[in-house]
Design a binder for this molecule. Structure first.
Ligand code: NIG
Ligand code: FE
Length: 404
């Protein structure tokens, strides 16, 4: 299949380049007047129109001078959930904070109740709708967390749903993260240490034996799990072959970044409350700092200091945090725009954060995240006069086609 008449083909990287660290994130290599050839779902070759191969057939795509970019790689979502939480949306409008809503049994526990009541088939169907919708809106790679189960049965139910999503949408790459320590489970109210033991002694072995999860995650935050509990869980996860990633320093500075880096986490995510210490730690490590501007926007919270992490020489990514409580949107186009508007990343840096560095945060950089010969042809085609127009005109429907 040939894509021809491309106005701008951007996000080109040489083979073997994964993360874009520090100032490198601002570089975006491109060709004007280009073509790209897809063979067996992979990028076989690309070049400028003066070297365009002859048309292949009915599947060929006339890009009509559009902009072709790598599909978004969303490395942090909670898109398997039951129902929605617009009641809490009203509470928030009336002035309650996320922490207040959570403390009175709303928040994550509200979603856990709904998930426990939902049949596995219903949970699968509504999650599949969300997955298809983000695929159509530009996402090619997605990580999905558990964490609305909070009992062994419900956590395994979530993982089975993720496995079914993988089968149903094989054109996307889907990674699964076990987040049993998202909140203290309903059977353990007031017994936090016992719940941590349950996660480590009962849940982790069963989750690992089931074989769906790739990663382990913890919500390291006051009112949820301490840094000490977090490192115990991450280490136990590692011993079961699950690599750590982490919810860190979201509402308050809670030692999450340091804990995650010490545990060798692939990424530490949120960082709204990160300060100079966290920035320096990230700059000196391979752990990727993931900003989730959709959650900052929804909660009217500060934005993670991604430019400071970049300036210090660290690696950053952008993700949606798609979830019913703090980011009810999986739109990576909106995330790209927020990265520019609110975090003041350049359009190029924000795009790289949402593509190649997101893929790297999931260990998928060999196959996704850039225009590179041999990688999967996971691409988006935009109708826009320039690259910056896409995040600038963030409600204009510039995305005109997807290739997966
Ligand atoms: O990433 N911070 C913790 N977890 C989610 C919110 C989950 C929820 O409220 O349902 C987040 O923001
Ligand atoms: Fe999250």
């Amino acid at each position: 299949m040939l894509i021809y008449n491309i106005g701008m083909l951007a996000g080109i990287l040489p083979e073997g380049v994964g993360r874009l660290r520090g100032a490198d994130i601002g570089r975006l290599e491109s060709l004007t007047d280009a073509w790209l050839l897809v063979r067996d779902g992979r990028i076989a070759d690309f070049g400028t129109m003066d070297t365009c191969p002859s048309r292949e057939g009915a599947d060929d795509i006339d890009a009509r001078r559009g902009i072709v970019l790598p599909a978004f790689c969303d490395c942090h979502t909670h898109l398997v959930y039951a129902g929605s939480r617009e009641g809490e949306f009203r509470d928030k409008i009336a002035g309650m904070s996320y922490a207040e809503i959570a403390a009175r049994g709303g928040g994550i526990l509200n979603s856990a109740r709904r998930l426990a009541e939902a049949t596995e088939d219903d949970l699968y169907e509504e999650s599949l709708r969300r997955l298809r919708q983000i695929c159509a809106s530009g996402t090619g790679v997605v990580e999905i967390k558990t964490g609305y189960g909070l009992t062994l049965d419900s956590e395994l139910k979530m993982l089975r749903v993720i496995a079914r999503l993988r089968e149903a949408v094989p054109q996307m790459a889907i990674r699964a993260t076990f987040l049993g320590a998202h909140a203290v489970g309903p059977d353990y109210t007031g017994r936090q240490e016992a719940y941590v033991d349950h996660v480590i002694d009962d849940m982790l072995p069963a989750v690992a034996a089931q074989g769906v999860a790739d990663y382990v995650d913890v919500f390291c935050e006051r009112g949820f799990f301490t840094a000490g509990q977090t490192s115990r869980i991450l280490q136990a996860g590692r011993s079961h072959g699950l690599l750590p990633r982490l919810h860190a320093d979201q509402l308050l500075r809670s030692g999450g970044t340091a804990t995650g880096i010490a545990a060798g986490a692939l990424s530490v995510d949120h960082l709204e409350a990160a300060g100079p210490d966290e920035i320096a730690l990230l700059a000196a490590s391979d752990t990727i700092g993931v900003g989730l501007p959709g959650a900052s926007f929804f909660l009217s919270d500060p934005y993670a200091p991604l430019n400071d992490i970049i300036a210090a020489g660290g690696t950053v990514a952008l993700a949606s945090d798609y979830n019913p409580g703090t980011s009810p949107s999986g739109s990576m186009l909106f995330v790209w725009a927020l990265g520019c508007i609110k975090m003041r990343l350049t359009p190029e840096a924000a795009l790289n954060a949402a593509t190649i560095n997101g893929a790297t945060a999931l260990g998928l950089q060999a196959d996704y995240g850039s225009v590179t010969r041999g990688k999967r042809a996971s691409l988006n085609i935009f109708d826009a006069p320039s690259l910056a127009f896409i995040p600038y005109a963030y409600t204009t429907p510039t995305l005109v086609a997807t290739v997966r």
